[in-house]
Design a protein around this ligand. Structure first.
Ligand SMILES: Cc1ncc(COP(=O)(O)O)c(C=O)c1O
Length: 383
């Protein structure tokens, strides 16, 4: 037994799987390669007192300047910060910067798909924040009765998201009252990069993970039109070394999305709708039928008796989903699958649901997975 052996077994197995985890994605080979570059050994601490504390950083400084400018261009914002090492740290940094102990925040209700990290027992608990919740139904935020002036920050963070919250009105109300509006777009960042989901031009702050629908390395990003001093605040408060190998890989993923993002995002939405419709037609109930199921990479199955057993059986058959009965199409889309393959995946899922022999289904799944190994929407397609 060795670590190399464990990783090898993991890679060999996941290679044979269809990954439908909505929070995950795959990087291109070129992006992955940058993770192993010399940058992964280095430090740089810009603006520490009056200079960079470390020497040897001239290319790292160039990399950051280039990457921040590219992020601003891709996401149509004035300022960007690539330092947060995850979406959660991006959210923590932003809340730490904008709030004080005893303040109140408004966030998306967990029952409406909100991120549990901003509910009262998690991040806000450690920051001493009171939390109120706003509901959302099929993308419509329930603004009734909300006293906006009560809040120091409004942070909308959809995690279960088939119909993204329409944030325009709330963002405008916040602006009128001078309350920072934060959109945690962790899940849908790739769809925003590819223009399949629109956000207001003048949004205060948008932040998120860079590895869910956005196909970069695991990490975080903060995009801003206001409150740009978050960038300096982060240093030595929530991040010291931001991992420049990760940042280099993220920048290349942004280059990929600048070039191929639109086609990628369009295909994701088509694939999600097809997979949802095909499953629903077969009798595996999918939420949102009346609205054509989804506008994102996610599909939500209706809870049913023995769903846990079904999820474990899928895993045995090499189809990976989460325990929330949430399916995601980012990774299979990145592997070049289109509508026909979605219909095929629905059939395979149905076979498991219908108690077909698992080893026979697994063989079919392994065949499909191995045919679609190449990573698409990148400068060099690996086959
Ligand atoms: C809306 C939202 N924000 C933040 C996070 C945390 O992201 P990360 O895993 O990059 O820290 C998640 C995780 O699923 C999420 O759904």
């Amino acid at each position: 037994m060795s670590v190399k052996d464990i990783v090898k077994r993991h890679e060999e197995w996941r290679h044979r799987c269809l990954n439908l985890i909505a929070s995950e994605n795959v990087m291109s080979d070129e992006v992955r390669t940058l993770l192993t570059s010399d940058l992964g050994h280095r430090y740089s601490l810009r603006h520490y007192i009056d200079d960079n504390f470390y020497r040897g950083t001239k290319y790292i400084e160039e990399l950051l300047d280039y990457g921040e400018a590219l992020a601003c261009k891709l996401f149509h914002v004035k300022y960007s910060d690539l330092k947060p090492i995850s979406g959660h740290i991006a959210g923590l940094s932003t809340l730490m910067f904008l709030t004080n102990y005893g303040d109140s925040i408004l966030t998306l209700d967990i029952e409406s798909g909100g991120y549990p990290g901003y509910t009262k027992d998690y991040l806000p608990n450690r920051l001493g924040l009171n939390v109120d919740y706003i509901k959302c139904n099929n993308g419509e935020l329930d603004l009734d009765g909300i006293d906006i002036n009560k809040y120091k920050v409004v942070i909308i963070a959809p995690s279960l998201v088939t119909f993204p919250p329409r944030i325009e009105k709330l963002s405008k109300i916040c602006k009128e009252s001078n309350i920072p509006f934060v959109y945690d777009a962790s899940h849908i960042l790739g769809l925003i990069a590819g223009n399949a989901i629109k956000v207001p031009d003048d949004i205060d702050i948008m932040l998120g993970s860079t590895h869910k629908s956005f196909p970069g390395p695991q990490g975080g990003i903060i995009l801003m039109n206001r409150y740009e001093d978050i960038s300096d605040f982060i240093t030595l408060k929530t991040v010291d070394n931001p991992h420049y190998n990760r940042i280099a890989a993220l920048i290349l993923a942004m280059e990929e999305m600048s070039e191929f993002g639109r086609a990628y995002a369009e295909q994701i939405v088509k694939n999600s709708k097809t997979l949802a419709r095909s499953l629903d037609d077969k009798g595996i109930e999918v939420l949102g039928r009346e609205l054509d199921y989804t506008e994102t990479h996610q599909i939500l199955l209706k809870q049913f008796d023995n769903s846990k057993e079904f999820i474990y059986k899928l895993e045995e058959a090499n189809i990976i989903i989460d325990n929330g009965l949430r399916l995601g199409t980012s990774e299979v889309t990145r592997r070049g699958m289109k509508e026909n393959e979605m219909k095929h995946i629905a059939e395979l899922i149905y076979k498991v649901y219908d108690n077909a022999d698992i080893s026979t289904v697994r063989k079919e799944i392994e065949g499909l997975a191995s045919t679609f190994n190449a990573i698409h929407f990148t400068f060099t397609v690996r086959s």
